[in-house]
Structures are given as structure tokens and as C-alpha cells.
Design a protein around this ligand. Structure first.
Ligand code: GDP
Ligand code: MG
Length: 772
């Protein structure tokens, strides 16, 4: 039976689906949508089926920037290919990280490829931006992991891979740098098997090696894709290894070796042909074993696994990839312009469209349901809010409603970020990534709907409609920031308020005693980049104080206090008396927030205020008391507060109630709080075999590490350990010198742990007089 692939939805139809052709209107009879007729650089009809929202994840230096540049070039969006070749110095590393890996500094870049719109969403590479990666992952439908063909899976890839697992994101992997002398596809695939929790499917083999690497063998279609030496790589030759004797190209691959004259001018020799044949069979077998649909089809049509057509095989790979059962592996060399176009084809082919990955949208919010995953500041346009639209349409000159902050927002312009230009749009529909200009109160992580009425009719509690599911990780490092002259303080405050809008993992507080501004963030690099942006983007000369680890304080015993507060406000006397107990609480399922309980019975509640209002005021009081603990003024956590009796005067304001509760909690904490907690990280270090000893001994003797596991992967060792963050200060320099630059690591905050008594003494000496 004849099969065709629909150009719109890329599905295999058994009959009647018209392919795109000159003069014909390509219309998929199933989807009834128009999509074809697009060339390089032209607008693609952006129905959901033709959109791919993908991220690129890579360890630093694997080739993310180079590959992205090539993609934009082949898609016709930049005229000159960029070159990132400026060496491996620390400054370059910093600079690249600052530019976030993509030359055109943007959170999402759209371009058209093969009648589809690909939205490339940037996922920052460094672990300090783990949180930003999380936000990007939230809006991705698929991802490409780029690996260095000579290094295999590196530490940061493991971290980001795990994050992508948590978000259930289908992935493909591109083994880059196959032109390097020590690049090895099989070793890389083995490292994927060993270190990442997935089944790799080798869909391409390299053609030639090192400097003779000239192309790839596409195991799905059984074609050689050969790039000529030099040039920009936009042209390459497809040499079929099997005759195209019917339109499905169902071939008997067992006859492959007889066709060798077809490829006599290529580096593919007899042995290469045999390897290709074997790899094709392995691929077919792997896919058939995992994909029920193909298995059933083979049984029904009495076909042999070896003769399965490329269309059927591709369908199987697509289903398995979208179901996250496998990761298709492709290879190439972005620098030498080899293998990038097939990678773009694979994005379209294997990764899902937004249709397959949507979120459940409440009925009354169908007109607009969008998530702000990034806010960036542009000097000319002001704040640009990147929105993933899950339902409905976004239009300029419209007022929308921010559920998270309960405010209306006016959108003046809607933009599509088309590589190096921004396209003004009259509307953008679901599935897309849009940039809204004009929003004043929207922060990263907010949910946007059409109106407050729509939100209210969807649910009484509009915050429950919010798309944000991520808990903000606690800032684990802090330092003071000081302008070079007091005259800059106002500008500094303004700039910091802009920066916190873009990046909610940055927190800004003011030390009440010294009036110093204090920045808290996720790591050394994070705060350095904030500093860099203050200087570069906002033109404020300022310096950062010494970087410190942000500790926490916790109660160890239960203390009960009774407090009475009397205050005269507006000529009226406000009186509150309360009894409360502060106790340790390590239940932990309410984040680092105190657990507050009202156990007062009916009698004391309800004098002019509802129970909910009273609870809110009590929580506000507890929260403010826990901001600074009694030991070293660090925030208090693992704390439970129960209010057991409460009596309010008939006119007592809730502000006085909050103040009374805060006073009681502060008093109780003074006696109850005696434990310092420190942030701990899960550290993953990859080192060459021979350097394992020194690295391990440094970790255990110098850095208080608890080593959990040392995994073996060919000639590298991967150490997994729990390490206090304080002990990791300056670790990148130390690891570099221990391993002559070959070791890599990534550290992710996991939890707080009590510090030992000796440790506590050192910390107290360091921080005495420093108020956080
Ligand atoms: P990123 O840090 O992941 O963005 O990596 P870059 O794209 O900046 O590349 C890092 C370094 O690797 C640069 O020196 C590139 O020229 C080099 N590079 C990138 N792709 C390839 C490749 O395919 N082969 C080789 N040999 N080098 C490459
Ligand atoms: Mg880069």
C-alpha cells in the first residue's frame, strides 16, 4: 500500500494526503490546514503543528554557539557565519556565558526550516543559572543535547539532562566535533548509556574520521550525506545506498554490498558498508522492539525487520522520541559545516509540536493563557516579556491580566524575535513564543490571561490557575554592593529593581544597621554577572564586597511566650494579647516558610475580622520575625509557630496584631534558636582516571565531602558527592590545577544541614558584626 508523509503534520497517511507542490495548495485532509509554499527566510504559517519550541543544552564549549549560528545561516537568517574562535581563556568563558551562548542575545530566536517554525529557546549553560534553565525548560517542547565528540557526556550535561527528565522533555543528541582526531561516536554513545538515563538510538554514522570527516551515513534512509571540503556547507550531496525503486524506498538492505559502485568516490569502503548495514539492522531492531505500532505492522503485513522502509522507521523513532523512551543520536562538525541541516530536519521530524505537549487550559481561559518565562531589559524598548502562549491569541494594544500579581497590564506591541530582527506582529496564536512590550508589572514566572473576569470565572482562587510550579531556590551566596559615589545610589536602586524583575533568583535587601545594599544569588558567577550588567548595561560604577555563604538559623527547643501589645493609633487604643509557641519543625513540605497554626478556638476570633484575615496578619508577623534570626541575623527556617490564645480589643487593627505576633516570635526565637544551618550541594565531578586520587583526597580532606559514588565510564571517573557550599568556594580554580584543566564539575543546591560546633565558631567569628 502506498504511503505518503503529510508536509504539515509529518504523519504518515495511507491515502489522500496531498504533498506540497508548485501551484498546488498543500492541504492536509486530516488537519485541514494550509502550511506549504514557504522558502528560505519567509514566514511560515504558524499553526501549532508546524512549530517546534526547542532548547539547546550543552556543556560549555561543546559547540552550542557554533551550531546555533550554522542553523541560523542555513535557515537564511544571517548572511555571514559567525566564528566564536577566540580561545579558552577564562575571560572568553565568562564573555560567552554572559552572552548566553547565542550571538544574538535573546531568549528565543525563531527561524523557518522545512515549512516549520523552529523557536530556539536559550538554556543558559552554567549551573548558577540552573533556575533560569528550569524556567526555559518549562516552555520547551523538545531539546537538543550537544556533546563534544571527543569528550562525551560532561558534568553540566548530566545536570541539565536530569532537569529535562523532571520536565518530561523529549530530546535528540548531536555529537559535535567529529572532525577532532580523538572524536569517537561509539564512546560517546556509551557515555550517554552510562551517565544519562536513556536509550540512545544511533541514526547516523560518521563518514571518515578526524580531518577526513566529510559527512554522515543516514541509517534511516540509508543515504550518504557528503559535504565538499571548504565552503559554507550549504550544499551537500545525498547518495542513496539502495535503489529508489519505489516511492517508499522499501529496500532489501541485505543486497547493500552489491551496490558499492554507487559510492566508489566516497570514503565509504567495503568495511564501512558492512558496518552501516549492521548499524541499520540494529537501529531497526531497537525501534521495532520498543514500538508496538511497528511491531504490529510487521506481524500484520508479514514483513521482515530488515526491510522496514525509512518512512516507517522514522515514524517509529518519532513516536519513541516523543514518548521519551529513546534519544536519537546524530553526528557532525558544526565548525566544519557538516551535519547541521540533518540535525534541523531531525528537530522537525522527531521532536513534538506544541499540540502534543500543551497544558490543560481551563475553559474560560481559552482566549488567552500564557506564561512569562523571561523578562529582559532593552534600552530602547524597555522591558520585553517573553511569553509562551498556551491558548488563545496575544494582540498589541490590548489589556491583559496578570494572575500571579493580580494586576491588569497593557501590551503596546507584540514582537516575534526573528534571529537578527524583530518582527512586529498583529497577533500571535497558541503554541508560539511572543515578546510583549509595554508590560510594567510582569515578572519572570507570571501567568497571563485575557481578563480578571475570565480568571474569576475559571476559579475563585485565581492563584491556583497560575502556571508556575517552580519553587524559587534559596539564594545561597550574598555580598554587598556599593556605588563608587553616593550620587549613584538612586540609579543603583533603580537598576537593581529592573534586574530583579528579569531574574527572580536575585534578591536585594538593605542592611538596616549599615544601610548597605546586599545582593543574594545562586553563585559566584551569578553575582559577578549582575555586577557586570550594572556596569555595562546600566552604566553604574560600583563594586561588590566579599562573597559570603548565606547560612540559615533554626530553633532546637520549644519555647512559649505570652505578649501584650498596646498602641495608640489615631486616638484609639489598640490592644492585643497572645500566647504562642515556637518549635523546631523539619516537616519540610512548606519550603523554607514557617509553619503557622492558629489553635485558639472560637472565642477569641471574629471580633470584626474574619478568621482568614486574622491568619494572614499572624503569618505576616511570623514571617517578618523570621527574616533575621538571633544568632547572626540570617533567616530562620525549620520553624513552626502555634498561636494558642489570642485576644483582640474591639477596634484593634491587624497591623498591631502582626506587630504583637512578631514581637512574641522574636522573643521566643532568642531562647529557642541555637542552630546554624549551611547550604549543601550535590557535586558531580568528571575527571580522567589517573587524576581520581588527588581529586578525591582534596574533596574528603579539604572540603568536607561525603562521597556517594564513583562511577566508571571508559577512561573517566564521575564522582557524586554531597559537599557544603562553603567548602566549594574557588573550586573551579582548584579543580583546574589538580587536573591540568581536564576535570569538569557541576554543583546543585540540595538542602540545608546543621553545621558542627567548631564550624559554627569559625562562622560566628567571620560574621560577627555583619548583619545580613
Ligand atoms: P559553546 O560554549 O557550547 O557555545 O561552544 P562554542 O560554539 O563557543 O565552541 C567552543 C569551541 O569549540 C570554539 O573554539 C569552537 O570553534 C570549537 N568548536 C565548535 N564546534 C566545533 C567542531 O565541530 N569541531 C571543532 N574541532 N571545534 C569546534
Ligand atoms: Mg557559547
Amino acid at each position: 500500500m502506498a504511503h505518503r508523509v503529510c508536509v504539515v503534520c509529518r504523519e504518515l497517511w495511507q491515502q489522500g494526503c496531498v504533498q506540497a507542490g508548485r501551484g498546488s495548495s498543500p492541504r492536509c485532509p486530516v488537519l485541514r490546514k494550509f502550511s506549504g509554499g514557504v522558502g528560505r527566510g519567509q514566514e511560515v504559517c504558524s499553526s501549532d503543528e508546524t512549530i517546534r519550541n526547542v532548547g539547546i543544552m550543552a556543556h560549555i564549549d561543546a559547540g552550542k554557539t557554533t551550531t546555533t549560528e550554522r542553523m541560523l545561516y542555513y535557515a537564511g537568517f544571517i548572511r555571514r557565519m559567525g566564528d566564536v574562535d577566540d580561545g579558552n581563556t577564562v575571560m572568553d568563558f565568562m564573555k560567552q556565558e554572559r552572552e548566553r551562548g547565542i550571538t544574538i542575545n535573546s531568549a528565543a530566536i525563531s527561524f523557518n526550516w522545512s515549512s516549520h517554525r523552529i523557536n530556539l529557546i536559550d538554556t543558559p549553560g552554567h549551573v548558577d543559572f540552573t533556575f533560569e534553565v528550569e524556567r526555559s525548560l518549562r516552555v520547551l517542547d523538545g531539546a537538543v543535547a550537544i556533546l563534544d565528540g571527543s569528550a562525551g557526556v560532561e558534568a553540566q550535561t548530566i545536570t541539565v539532562w536530569r532537569q529535562a527528565n523532571r520536565h518530561g522533555i523529549p530530546r535528540i543528541a548531536f555529537i559535535n566535533k567529529m572532525d577532532k582526531p580523538n572524536a569517537n561516536l561509539v564512546d560517546c554513545v556509551r557515555s550517554i548509556e552510562d551517565k544519562l538515563d536513556t536509550t540512545p538510538l544511533i541514526t547516523q554514522l560518521p563518514l571518515g574520521a578526524a580531518k577526513d570527516f566529510t559527512g554522515v551515513i543516514d541509517l534511516v534512509t540509508m543515504e550518504l550525506l557528503v559535504w565538499g571540503k571548504g565552503g559554507d556547507g550549504s550544499r551537500f550531496t545525498r547518495l542513496p545506498l539502495i535503489p529508489k525503486d519505489n516511492e517508499n524506498r522499501t529496500g532489501d538492505f541485505t543486497k547493500l554490498s552489491r551496490l558499492s559502485e554507487l559510492v566508489k568516490d566516497t570514503p565509504l569502503n567495503e568495511r564501512g558498508m558492512e558496518e552501516a548495514l549492521e548499524a541499520r539492522n540494529n537501529l531497526a531492531e531497537q525501534v521495532i522492539t520498543l514500538d508496538n505500532e511497528l511491531m504490529e505492522m510487521l506481524a500484520r503485513d508479514s514483513l521482515e525487520p530488515l526491510t522496514i522502509s525509512d518512512l516507517h522507521l522514522r515514524g517509529g523513532i518519532r513516536r519513541l522520541t516523543r514518548g521519551q523512551l529513546v534519544t536519537p543520536i546524530l553526528c557532525g562538525s558544526s565548525l566544519r559545516n557538516i551535519g547541521v541541516q540533518p540535525l534541523m530536519d531531525a528537530i522537525v521530524e522527531y521532536l513534538p509540536s506544541p499540540l502534543e505537549r500543551g497544558v490543560t487550559v481551563p475553559e474560560s481561559l481559552k482566549d488567552l493563557y500564557a506564561y512569562a518565562f523571561k523578562v529582559s531589559y532593552d534600552r530602547r524598548r524597555g522591558h520585553m516579556v517573553y511569553l509562551r502562549i498556551y491558548s488563545g491569541e496575544l494582540k498589541p494594544q490590548n489589556t491583559v491580566h496578570n494572575i500571579t500579581r493580580k494586576v491588569d497590564e497593557r501590551i503596546t506591541r507584540v514582537l516575534l524575535m526573528m534571529a537578527d530582527e524583530q518582527k512586529e506582529m498583529q497577533s500571535m496564536a497558541k503554541g508560539n513564543i511572543a515578546v510583549a512590550v509595554g508590560m510594567k508589572n510582569t515578572y519572570t514566572g507570571d501567568t497571563i490571561v485575557l481578563s480578571s473576569t475570565a480568571a474569576a470565572s475559571a476559579s475563585a482562587d485565581s492563584t491556583s490557575l497560575s502556571l508556575e510550579v517552580l519553587d524559587l531556590p534559596p539564594p545561597v551566596f550574598f555580598c554587598s554592593v556599593e556605588p563608587s559615589s553616593a550620587a549613584y545610589q538612586k540609579d543603583l536602586d533603580h537598576a537593581l529593581s529592573c534586574l530583579t524583575r528579569e531574574d527572580p533568583s536575585l534578591r536585594v535587601t538593605v542592611n538596616e544597621d549599615t544601610a548597605q545594599t546586599v545582593l543574594s544569588g545562586m553563585g559566584e558567577l551569578h553575582l559577578e554577572i549582575v555586577h557586570d550588567r550594572l556596569v555595562r548595561d546600566y552604566g553604574i560604577e560600583c563594586s561588590l564586597g566579599k562573597l559570603q555563604v548565606a547560612y540559615r538559623e533554626a530553633p532546637t527547643v520549644s519555647i512559649t511566650k505570652e505578649v501584650t501589645k498596646e498602641q495608640t493609633l489615631g486616638g484609639k487604643k489598640h490592644t492585643v494579647t497572645c500566647t504562642l509557641t515556637v518549635e523546631p519543625d523539619t516537616g519540610g513540605n512548606h519550603g523554607d516558610k514557617p509553619l503557622v497554626q492558629l489553635k485558639t478556638g472560637r472565642s477569641t476570633i471574629g471580633l470584626g475580622h474574619s478568621k482568614a484575615e486574622i491568619l494572614e496578619a499572624v503569618v505576616a508577623g511570623v514571617d517578618s520575625a523570621c527574616l533575621q534570626g538571633p544568632l547572626l541575623a540570617f533567616p530562620v527556617q525549620n520553624v513552626g509557630v502555634s498561636v494558642t490564645s489570642l485576644s483582640l480589643g474591639s477596634v484593634t487593627s491587624l497591623t498591631v496584631l502582626s506587630a504583637c505576633i512578631a514581637e512574641g516570635v522574636v522573643k521566643a526565637l532568642r531562647e529557642s534558636c541555637s542552630q546554624l544551618l549551611e547550604p549543601c550541594t550535590e557535586l558531580v565531578v568528571s575527571v580522567p582516571d589517573e587524576q581520581l586520587g588527588p581529586v578525591l583526597s582534596d574533596l574528603t580532606s579539604q572540603r568536607r565531602a561525603q562521597v556517594r559514588e564513583v562511577a566508571v565510564a571508559k577512561d573517566t571517573r564521575v564522582i557524586h558527592a554531597l559537599v557544603p557550599l562553603a567548602a566549594l568556594m574557588g573550586y573551579s580554580t582548584a579543580l583546574r590545577s589538580l587536573t591540568s584543566g581536564t576535570g569538569t564539575f557541576s554543583a546543585t543546591f540540595t538542602h540545608y544541614e546543621p553545621v558542627s560546633k567548631e564550624q559554627e565558631k569559625t562562622i560566628r567569628d567571620t560574621f560577627r558584626g555583619y548583619s545580613f
